[in-house]
Design a protein around this ligand. Structure first.
Ligand SMILES: [Zn+2]
Ligand SMILES: [Zn+2]
Length: 70
């Protein structure tokens, strides 16, 4: 029964390598990295912007630092 208590829906952030629940982060539309809440959105106000229809673009891409040469 212990298996059922564990969340199976976890993945690792490509930026900080920390595991996080998939429903708290997402994939950046621009660099296609899987990122935790902190590295995808960065701030609470950005989460609101996303909820209002802003694109899923991570903190690094919004800052003009696109990783992996794109
Ligand atoms: Zn992260
Ligand atoms: Zn990005």
């Amino acid at each position: 029964m212990e298996i059922l208590r564990k969340s199976m829906f976890r993945t690792e952030c490509d930026e900080c390598q920390k595991p996080f629940p998939v429903n708290s982060g997402g994939v950046c539309e621009r660099c296609r990295r899987i990122l935790c809440n902190e590295h995808l959105h960065g701030s609470f106000s950005r989460r609101i912007a996303i909820a209002l229809g802003a694109p899923y673009v991570c903190v690094s891409c919004r800052a003009g630092r696109t990783p992996e040469g794109q």
